[in-house]
Design a protein around this ligand. Structure first.
Ligand SMILES: [Zn+2]
Length: 70
């Protein structure tokens, strides 16, 4: 399996500037590679790859301390 990149860059949905998102640590779980970053405008940007259900759960979560649980 390919190692995920640690930093990705996306365009902010709010202001259109580029925002860097960082790979989040997930405890002993390979279901998902969640990325999260804060734009300079203050908007939180999330991106994730992996298990569709886990990705959906992550992206739809309002919780800043999102934790994947089985
Ligand atoms: Zn922004």
């Amino acid at each position: 399996m390919q190692k995920p990149a640690r930093i990705l860059t996306f365009k902010c949905k709010q202001c259109g500037k580029s925002v860097q998102v960082f790979l989040q640590k997930v405890s002993a779980c390979s279901h998902i590679q969640p990325y999260q970053g804060l734009c300079s405008c203050g908007a939180l940007y999330r991106h994730a790859t992996g298990n569709p259900e886990a990705v959906h759960s992550f992206l739809s979560s309002e919780d800043n301390d999102w934790v994947h649980s089985h």
